[in-house]
Design a protein around this ligand. Structure first.
Ligand code: URA
Length: 208
């Protein structure tokens, strides 16, 4: 069974601006030594929909804005295809706020020391829907026993301790994965993601 509560025990949200300020000067893991910019977020606070990716890549590290490179351009199009325009309609952030060298996968201890920032973001954004982009974000929030191919496209309710309504959470494939798997024939990752995006749009309409 995936997690049904957020944040994990022992975490409580810092006020948003304090979290932003702390992230900008954070040295809690080794990634601070190689980053150019801390990549905190893009989009308004609060916001009905919150997307969580993996970690900044080279373009994001240079600009300080999440999802602005090739994968970001695809994400922007995917969101637009369901009527969500950046930066006004979606709040976007990553599991890690600093780029791992060579875009390697985030390490569990990096995710753990960065988690207080994500806790503050979920608290301040007060989303109705959280979209998890790829496996590291899925593991950080839901920690399911199954992999992403089983979990994607499914709705989970997450009880966020400081919100009255449960937040609806869906995992979808990461846009970088879709760039590596360009087929859009029925049953392909791209095709499945289009089904997921339509389900997200439908859910957003019922919640609004
Ligand atoms: N991939 C991510 O997960 N996040 C970004 O910001 C860019 C690429």
């Amino acid at each position: 069974m995936p997690n049904t509560h957020f944040p994990p025990k022992g975490f409580s949200p810092l006020p948003y601006q304090e979290a932003v300020n702390a992230a900008l000067v954070c040295t809690k893991c080794g990634l601070h030594a190689t980053r150019n910019k801390v990549v905190f977020s893009d989009g308004p606070v609060p916001c009905d929909i919150l997307c969580i990716g993996e970690a900044p890549g080279a373009d994001e590290d240079a600009q300080g804005i999440p999802f602005v490179g090739r994968a970001g351009k695809l994400l922007t199009q995917m969101l637009l295809s369901i009527g969500l325009k950046r930066p006004d309609d979606v709040y976007i952030c990553n599991t890690l706020k600093c780029r791992p060298p060579g875009n390697r996968t985030p390490e569990p201890k990096e995710i753990l020391v960065c988690l207080p920032f994500l806790v503050s973001q979920v608290d301040a954004v007060r989303p109705k829907i959280i979209v998890l982009l790829g496996s590291p974000a899925m593991k950080t929030i839901l920690n399911p026993s199954e992999g992403i191919t089983r979990i994607r496209g499914q709705w989970y309710n997450l009880n966020v301790s400081y919100q009255t309504q449960p937040v609806r959470v869906m995992t979808i494939f990461h846009p970088s994965y879709l760039l590596r798997n360009p087929s859009s024939k029925e049953g392909s990752p791209k095709w499945l993601t289009w089904q997921d995006l339509k389900a997200i749009r439908k859910e957003l309409e019922t919640l609004r």
